[in-house]
Design a protein around this ligand. Structure first.
Ligand code: FAD
Length: 415
């Protein structure tokens, strides 16, 4: 076994790269192990402005800027003839008011390459297969390479950023079922040749297609667009045919989608699917490790919060790890779990309100109050820790009160 390193990071997605960069910047030794060869496909292409300050603090922003990804200025929601457009420049909270829509293969490669350029060792095609923790919180992790060879890595601390791999929760039985209904997504990248006749590319569009069933449209800067459908298993089971036939039927079944995408070529031969992704864990930290990014909790794709949580949680966790390595005492519950959980809880309210129809009323209400709209816009931009925003600090009650008010106003307008 070689010398003990300070921190081992599992996974080179956005959470892993942010962690490695912050630990390295603080002067500690860090190594990243990643199962796949990069570039590799992963879903999660629409970012939120809140992740920009984290990329900046980790010293990774300029490398991403150089890639000329599609700029994202807002989010638009459509249902039949109703349109609700949120422009991040109208947001209530202070902070970045734009971000990007990215092909994740390229985005994640850019982050990992920049981390390597800074001097961090990143081993691709290297899978964590076992971890042993010791009383002093240090650990020995066994990794396996493609040729079957193994290595043991001794570390003072582990940051598990393995995303859907959920390495530590799986190895130590920490997984907990999510309280959200299981859903499925079917998606592909398509040549968006009619883009100019439709909406501007600088927004994600979410279409309320049918109750509990929706579509994402995420344009990229190269003329390709990510088009995906999300809903309960029953909805897909009732569409005949294989995945391609179901995907085509979904496009054909909606007037906007049929016009924009009915005759376009797909970049991939076949659409891809993902199922039952919501997951959480008993605890976000333990003796010798902390979980960041998707390993902690992933809710739902609707508000594009995944990469924001991945980067923000990893940034916060890494700062605590640095304090710990410097000999300070860290209150992981207060300084990490509660903070991340608070943001997750805000988004959980909005995810549930999306699927139970509450948000439809809010988004498409006539004459929305500009202040309330700006406060909800901040949530959609990822500013879910701004306690001056009542749609954050008292998220559930504020939404309920708003819907009651909309109902009363609509009743009065009808009478
Ligand atoms: P990942 O990006 O998954 O990276 C984890 C890395 O760990 C991977 O590269 C993996 O290979 C590696 N790994 C796994 N196991 C091991 C192991 N044993 N050893 C070594 N390495 C390992 N988010 C958004 O922000 N915007 C969106 O528009 C969006 N759309 C989504 C749509 C769908 C249908 C779904 C399901 C999710 C979507 N998400 C979206 C969420 C997004 O995919 C994730 O939140 C995000 O990728 C999490 O980043 P991460 O760094 O935590 O994990």
């Amino acid at each position: 076994m070689k010398e003990k390193i300070d921190v081992l990071v599992i996974g080179a997605g956005p959470a892993g790269s942010i962690a490695a960069s912050i630990i390295h910047k603080a002067g500690f030794t860090v190594r990243v192990v990643e199962r796949e060869k990069f570039p590799r496909f992963v879903i999660g292409e629409s970012l939120l402005p809140r992740c920009m300050e984290v990329l900046d603090d980790a010293g990774l922003l300029e490398a991403v800027k150089a890639k000329n990804f599609q700029q994202k200025f807002g989010a638009k929601f459509l249902k039949e003839e109703n349109v609700s457009d949120f422009n991040f420049s109208d947001q209530f909270s202070k902070g970045w008011n734009w971000t990007w829509q990215v092909q994740r293969a390229e985005f994640d490669l850019t982050l990992a390459t920049e981390v390597q350029r800074k001097g961090v060792q990143v081993d691709f095609e290297t899978t964590v297969t076992a971890i042993e923790f010791f009383e002093d919180e240090s650990s020995v992790t066994t990794v396996q390479r493609l040729d079957g060879s193994t290595e043991e890595i001794a570390a003072r601390f582990i940051i598990d950023a393995s995303g859907y791999g959920r390495v530590i929760p799986r190895l130590f039985n920490l997984d907990k079922p999510s309280n959200l209904d299981p859903r499925k997504a079917v998606f592909a990248h398509v040549h968006d040749v009619h883009r100019d006749n439709f909406d501007e590319p600088n927004r994600i569009i979410a279409i309320m297609y049918a109750p509990g069933f929706w579509t994402w449209i995420i344009p990229f800067s190269n003329g390709v667009t990510s088009l995906g459908f999300v809903g309960g298993f029953d909805y897909f089971n009732n569409i005949p045919g294989d995945l391609s036939a179901q995907y085509k039927a979904c496009i054909e079944g909606h007037p906007y989608l049929k016009k924009r995408f009915g005759d376009v070529k797909w970049v991939w031969d076949e659409p891809r699917k993902l199922e039952a992704w919501s997951a959480t864990t008993d605890k976000f930290y333990g003796k010798g490790f902390v979980l960041t990014g998707n390993v902690t909790e992933f809710l739902d794709p609707i508000f594009s919060s995944g990469v924001m949580f991945a980067t923000v949680s990893s940034h916060l966790a890494s700062k605590q790890v640095v304090r710990k390595l410097k000999g300070e005492s860290v209150d992981w519950d207060k300084d990490y779990t509660k903070v991340v959980q608070q943001g997750v809880d805000v988004f959980r309210t909005y995810v549930m309100a999306w699927y139970d129809g509450t948000l439809e009323k809010v988004f498409f209400s006539k004459n929305p109050d500009p202040l309330i709209k700006s406060q909800i816009c901040s949530v959609l931009a990822g500013y879910v820790w701004d306690q001056t925003n009542p749609y954050v600090s008292d998220h559930s009650n504020s939404l309920k009160r708003l819907v009651k008010l909309i109902d009363v106003n609509e009743r009065m307008a009808r009478n």
